[in-house]
Design a protein around this ligand. Structure first.
Ligand SMILES: Nc1nc2c(ncn2[C@@H]2O[C@H](COP(=O)(O)OP(=O)(O)OP(=O)(O)O)[C@@H](O)[C@H]2O)c(=O)[nH]1
Ligand SMILES: [Mg+2]
Length: 375
């Protein structure tokens, strides 16, 4: 340490000197005023004494500290990067763990709610594999679980119990009621599901086996070729086919067909997203009495599509469901799902392109066997 004494008249004068000699790192240790000696000194301004010091190692230390700080900062920044990475990893793991725990809780809750015995769980797996939605399988099996002591039953009894329940859920099939005369039957539904083919199958069955007088109205004048397609069927079956272009045409055509006991009306395939066209069909249906409406759905559709079709046709209050193209799919669970979702009766299943053979009244018994893996 270097210590030095300075005397001057003003603080500024002394400070400038200290700065010059000791540098800006100097510190003031002590100051005092000194009276000047002698008689004349009494009238003079006192002088100022300042003792200043500087630590000669200070500069070196500062330089070292500076470098050390930089080192620490560098170390800190790479350390911080590492911490950030670890933090990110941890956050990711925490998120995954949270998800895992939530799933475990949901599963535990489900299990608690369903509390299915292993025997019923095995059937749940079969039903789901056959395309039945999980919540529907759960509902059916939970009901059984609540009512029966499944543990003391053999396999056959359990299978029967489940099958009877599925049959109940599928409901009784409701084909066309031919006991009342002058019926008007509408076939509606999305494009390409098999409305015209199904109408032709039903028309020929009624002609051939029921010996009833049948007339056909084609309201599908929208698609080129549709009129020809149905006219061809009409010609083969010797059934008159009349086209209608708007709702007023139906009055005239109906009077022409006044002697027919059954009138089948084919409608244009409507994109279920086209509300206006569905409204047109609804108006046509509402314009007549003594009718039955069949919504034709293809088993090859996805459940989401079927749900949205059913939602769009909700303003048509009474209808029954025909499922087509069963021959093209493996998972017939979609039929049980649709029945559950729409709460509308099933009527016919179609199983191929052959007219009139590939159609049957919806066989819920056979379907129930299939759904539990017996067929
Ligand atoms: N595999 C199979 N094909 C079928 C069945 N029913 C109808 N089809 C076929 O499906 C296609 C469409 O049948 P259409 O009867 O013209 O269908 P649509 O609903 O009238 O069609 P649009 O009038 O265009 O809306 C044709 O190739 C039919 O042969 C069925 O049960 N199984
Ligand atoms: Mg058609």
């Amino acid at each position: 340490m270097k210590v030095k004494r300075y005397i001057g008249k003003t603080n500024k004068e002394i400070m400038d000197k200290i700065k010059k000699e000791l540098g800006t790192d100097a510190v003031i240790l002590h100051t005092r005023k000194i009276k000047q000696s002698g008689f004349f000194g009494f009238f003079k301004k006192p002088l100022i004494e300042v003792v200043a010091a500087v630590d000669e190692n200070y500069k070196l230390k500062n330089t070292i500290d500076d470098r050390t700080n930089k080192g620490i900062n560098y170390y800190n920044s790479s350390f911080n990067d590492e911490i950030n990475n670890v933090q990110k990893e941890l956050n990711k793991e925490i998120k995954e763990l949270k998800q895992l725990m939530e799933n475990m809780l949901i599963n535990a809750e489900k299990k608690e709610r369903s509390n299915l015995s292993e025997k019923l769980m095995a059937y749940k797996r079969i039903l789901v594999k056959k395309g039945v939605e999980e919540y529907i399988a759960d509902e059916i099996l939970n009901k059984i679980n609540e009512r029966f002591n499944v543990e003391d039953k053999d396999d056959k009894s359990i299978r029967d119990i489940i099958r009877y329940h599925i049959i109940e859920y599928l409901g009784n099939p409701e084909p066309i009621d031919l006991s009342k005369p002058n019926k008007i039957i509408f076939f509606i539904g999305p494009t390409g599901v098999g409305k015209t083919t199904t109408l032709a199958k039903i028309a020929s069955k009624i002609c051939l086996y029921e010996k009833l007088e049948v007339g056909i109205i084609n309201a599908d004048t929208y698609r080129i070729g549709a009129a020809e397609q149905i006219k061809t069927y009409g010609d083969i079956l010797s059934i008159p086919v009349n086209n209608i272009y708007d709702i007023e045409d139906i009055y005239k055509v109906m009077s022409k067909l006044k002697d027919k006991e059954i009138i089948l009306i084919d409608t244009a395939g409507r994109n279920h997203k086209d509300n206006e066209k569905i409204e047109e069909i609804r108006n046509l249906i509402n314009s007549v009495n003594n009718k039955e409406v069949y919504l034709v759905l293809s088993a090859t559709s996805s459940m989401d599509t079927i749900k949205s079709v059913i939602d769009k046709y909700r303003n048509i209050q009474e209808y029954k469901i025909i499922f087509t193209k069963l021959d093209e799919v493996d998972n017939l669970g979609i039929i049980l799902n649709t029945r559950y979702y729409s709460d509308k009766p099933l009527s016919y299943f179609t199983t191929g392109q052959n007219v009139p053979d590939d159609i049957e009244i919806a066989d819920v018994n056979k379907l129930s066997k299939y759904l539990i893996g017996e067929l």
